[in-house]
Write a protein that binds this ligand. Structure first.
Ligand code: G1P
Length: 290
């Protein structure tokens, strides 16, 4: 993990069934929180962490994400012609100039581990980040992935974002058993994907941010289907742990919204609206009336 983080993988091949029927035609990562799609929050966080190569692992039906980051010639020309400089900057700013987007197809939905493995030819032999855009992490300082990349470099170790969840929800997450190093970081002893509450080693859950060494690809290649019959990233990290002895769990600074479900998306939208001075009074009054 001696090199700084340059590449971030976004597994975005999921069907988004929790948001049907909208996701019949709209990729779930394109659902907006106010005026920005979820994928834009994720990309902004990756760029903040120093990434210049973004790898989207998608499926053959999902073109919206590629379209979104592509240059919109006609729209840009119209905005230019009408002198709408602010809107033009927004449209052109989805991807900074120094950053490139690469699209890789996941031919079959075989699990998160398999999706990450699909990015191997592009990532090559260097540490990389993984962001699951469903998990929107908001804060007004350093982004969560930047905090993790800095720790990974300083400690020369893989870093996984974690957060405590209610005990009855362990079967929705990867769960870690870890011994604290300081307030925010801990050494992982053991990791298990979606254990039943009675079998969970703790209530410390993996959320959708990882900084991993390239070695994980070889381990993923050898990983057999696990929880839910899928190739699990958690299982490959457990193998990495056995081999290298050091993978860190990190409690990031920031607030996570699970936008993979309706309640999380509503919470994120309300939260972002309350951060916006132009919207906050309207939202407050509306909620008061409810
Ligand atoms: C994935 C991971 C799981 C992690 C979760 C975070 O699960 O497999 O370990 O806790 O993301 O959002 P998924 O939500 O894709 O089922």
């Amino acid at each position: 993990m001696s090199k700084p983080l340059r590449k971030v993988v976004f597994p975005v091949a999921g069907l988004g069934t929790r948001f049907l029927p909208a996701t019949k035609a709209v990729a779930k990562e394109m659902l907006p929180v106010l005026d920005k799609p979820l994928i834009q929050y994720a990309v902004d966080e990756a760029v903040d962490a120093g990434a210049d190569t973004l790898i989207f692992v998608t499926n053959r039906y999902k073109h919206a994400i590629a379209d979104y980051f592509d240059k919109a010639y006609e729209l840009e020309a119209k905005l230019q012609e009408k002198g709408k400089a602010e809107l033009l900057a927004l449209v052109q700013g989805t991807l900074p100039r120094h950053v490139r987007a690469i699209f890789v197809t996941q031919p079959e939905a075989l699990g998160l581990g398999h999706a990450v493995l699909c990015a191997r030819p592009v990532v090559g032999d260097e540490p990389f980040g993984v962001i699951l855009p469903d998990d929107l992490i908001w804060n007004d300082g350093r982004g969560a992935l930047r905090q993790m990349a800095e720790l990974a470099e300083a400690e020369q170790a893989g870093v996984i974002a974690v957060e405590e969840v209610p005990h009855d929800q362990t079967d929705k997450y990867g769960i870690v058993d870890a011994s604290a190093v300081d307030d925010r970081s801990a050494r992982i002893r053991h990791m298990v994907e979606k254990p039943k509450p009675a079998e969970a080693p703790s209530n410390l859950a993996v959320v959708g941010r990882y900084v991993l060494p390239a070695r994980i690809f070889q381990l993923l290649d050898q990983t057999t289907p696990g929880a839910g019959g899928e190739i699990q990233l958690t299982d490959a990290i457990e193998a990495l742990l056995k081999e290298q002895g050091k993978v860190l769990a990190y409690r990031f600074e920031g607030t996570r919204f699970d936008c993979g479900n309706k309640a999380g998306l509503v919470r994120a939208t309300m939260h972002m609206a309350m951060q916006d001075p132009a919207l906050a009074p309207t939202v407050r009054a509306f909620v008061g009336n409810l």
